[in-house]
Write a protein that binds this ligand. Sequence first.
Ligand code: NAP
Length: 165
Amino acid sequence: MSTRPLLTMIAAAGHNNALGKNNDLIWHISDDLKRFKRLTSGHAIIMGRKTFESMPKALPNRKNIVLTKKKNYQPEGAIVVHSLETAMALVKDDPQPFIIGGGEIYRLFMPLCDRIELTRVHESFDADVYFPDIDTKSWKEVAREDISATNDQPYNYSYITYEKQ
Ligand SMILES: NC(=O)c1ccc[n+]([C@@H]2O[C@H](COP(=O)([O-])OP(=O)(O)OC[C@H]3O[C@@H](n4cnc5c(N)ncnc54)[C@H](OP(=O)(O)O)[C@@H]3O)[C@@H](O)[C@H]2O)c1
């Protein structure tokens, strides 16, 4: 008997939900990137074409699934799909597939997701892509770890886990 995958969005967003600008990330928090790698390694990751193109290459040790409407798009190291349904069919045997962004893809998949692993950076940033609002009627905070700024990185931030009620 197969169990339903725990579909998880993973994102880092500013206080004002800022996610990115000019198809790039806004801040660099190396511990957060390490956590992203630790949580997602070995799993399928679903992303939009713009997020895929913002990275130097496909992320290793993960099944990279890229959503696009472009019919002849075939980048190295990724499986290209043209619909949410096809993406979901490709992850049905993964116990915890991840939605890794960006803004359009978070919005598209949010209604289907069971968990959000959010790194909330406690600053507002100028951005052109934003994380969707988390409706507290349907999402409950179940875990939180607060991290203080240091000499190496200037932001206070929190790792917050939400689960769909
Ligand atoms: N802070 C974070 O955690 C985080 C994480 C990821 C990304 N980001 C940032 O987010 C930004 C990118 O986000 P974005 O919203 O601009 O783009 P995106 O969500 O990465 O990709 C959007 C693209 O996905 C494809 N797409 C969307 N809906 C689709 C559908 N229903 N069917 C098929 N394809 C579909 C389209 O590709 P085509 O145009 O090819 O058809 C669309 O242009 C960058 O700045 C990146 O750095 C931040």
